[in-house]
Design a binder for this molecule. Structure first.
Ligand code: SF4
Length: 95
């Protein structure tokens, strides 16, 4: 249904007949780590995330997986490793 509070008219899975069913009954504003992300939109409560209602939670266990402005460094390093060698290494460890 369409949000009627923070982002009026925006289709949202959290909006139900009783209003917003997300915890606290509303989206939360973005956090410092979000600055620069393309998913930031202007809501009635300030800047909010178009991908997730609680941006702070997206950063509690590392980099937000929806973020457009930061690269996950670990993944880039993984790509440099030869996949065949990596799998042999992993297989060797199991023994
Ligand atoms: S996608 Fe992640 S980094 Fe971007 S605004 Fe949303 S919560 Fe913040």
């Amino acid at each position: 249904m369409q949000c009627q509070t923070v982002l009026p008219g925006t289709e949202c899975t959290f909006w139900g007949k009783q209003g917003c069913i997300f915890s606290g009954g509303s989206c939360q504003t973005i956090v410092e780590n979000c600055e620069g992300c393309e998913r930031i939109v202007d809501g009635t409560i300030g800047k909010v995330c178009s991908a997730y209602p609680a941006p702070e939670k997206k950063w509690t266990s590392g980099i937000c997986n929806f973020a457009t402005h930061v690269k996950v460094e670990i993944k880039t390093e993984d790509l440099k490793v030869n996949p065949l060698k990596a799998s042999k290494k992993a297989a060797g460890k199991k023994k």
